[in-house]
Design a protein around this ligand. Structure first.
Ligand SMILES: [Zn+2]
Ligand SMILES: [Zn+2]
Length: 348
């Protein structure tokens, strides 16, 4: 006698990155939750700049075919062995970073630096799909599915702002008014930093950064950018956050910071760039990378969102079906998008 079990959902719809500049909606097998994991029905999933970098073939961690998507909320539908059934039916935001739990970094709360680090949407299938499997330990209860999907980019931004050390009385330059940059402007301004300049080529995004507390917004590039910044801040900025990560923006960050100032690299646009090494030495510039977030950052981002800090229904978030994947990635790879954040709602 054969004994077999048919899963209620055998194939699910997913947006698959199949090749450079190519996104396709396909049927994929339903993920099965392994011990300690849960199966979630995805509610909302944000498109990250790093996913756009992947789409363009510029992110070495991502290899096609891949279901990306690491900024999401979902409802637990099924639990794997060893997971409490109480989670079923509840809404959560997911921290997509999975640490090994026992290396020196995991033990000191720096799961983002874990030597065996795995990320949902990079190393495991992500949330550009109707269903996704995630570890139960990575769930954070939230009350609003759209707002909850902002926890991941907000946590990234919170870490970059914190590592910049910027506080009252400091001048800060934020390069890039995409999600992480624009959210950094908001965080700096509610933290009492009044002198926040933000630079981007996309005027729509600059407008949001202006509403969120930037004291000055600039839409110029190259030498022109540095010239304008020197006019308002001749000595340079106390801190610069580069939320883009291209050769141009990394160079601009180092040239625009004051002597002895701090530059935070958080954007991941280009793998390798040339930067002015001697200037860094002679001006004693401090450069620090900021990668994703710790559990603590993620928890705080969830709290900040639950307190109502950001309203995703004001017009800066656009929500779309997975079928608009190709078009969405092309739009975000360009410079004209009207939105700070685009999300998919895979379940409709
Ligand atoms: Zn992200
Ligand atoms: Zn580890």
């Amino acid at each position: 006698m054969f004994k077999f079990q048919l899963n209620a959902i055998t194939a699910v719809k997913a947006l698959v990155w199949t090749a450079v500049r190519r996104m396709e909606v396909k049927d994929v097998p339903t993920p099965t939750p392994q011990p300690g994991w849960v199966l979630m029905r995805v509610r909302y999933v944000g498109v990250c700049g790093s996913d756009v970098g992947g789409f363009l073939g510029k992110n070495e961690l991502r290899r096609p075919p891949l279901i990306m998507g690491h900024e999401f909320t979902g409802v637990v539908e099924e639990v794997g062995p060893g997971v409490s059934k109480d989670l079923i039916g509840r809404l959560f935001a997911v921290n997509p970073i999975i640490g090994c739990g026992h290396c020196r970094y995991c033990r000191s709360g720096l799961k983002n630096l874990c030597l065996m680090r795995k990320i949902i949407g990079i190393d495991y299938p992500g949330a550009y799909a109707e269903y996704v499997a995630v570890p139960a330990d990575n769930l954070y209860p939230v009350s609003d599915p759209v707002r909850g999907a902002l926890a991941e980019p907000l946590a990234t931004s919170m870490r970059a702002v914190r590592l910049s050390g910027a506080g009252l009385g400091d001048s800060v330059l934020v390069i890039g008014a995409g999600p992480v940059g624009a959210l950094a402007v908001k965080l700096l301004s509610i933290g009492g930093v009044k002198d926040v300049t933000v630079i981007d080529i996309n005027r729509n995004r600059l407008e949001w950064a202006g509403r969120w507390g930037a004291s000055s917004t600039l839409s110029v590039t190259g030498d022109e950018a540095l010239k304008s910044l020197r006019e308002t801040h001749p000595e340079g900025f106390d801190a610069v956050i580069d939320a883009v990560g291209s050769e141009d923006t990394r160079g601009l960050a180092i040239n625009a910071v004051r002597r002895g100032g701090r530059v935070i690299f958080v954007g991941l646009h280009d793998n390798e760039v040339t930067i002015p090494g001697n200037l860094i030495v002679r001006s004693e510039i401090e450069i620090k990378g900021s990668f994703s977030y710790t559990d603590e950052d993620f928890l705080k981002a969830v709290r900040v969102l639950e307190s109502g800090l950001l309203d995703p229904r004001e017009g800066w978030v656009d929500i779309r079906p997975l079928e608009r994947g190709q078009e969405t990635f092309e739009e975000l790879a360009g410079t004209e998008t009207k939105y700070v954040k685009v999300m998919f709602n895979p379940g409709g």
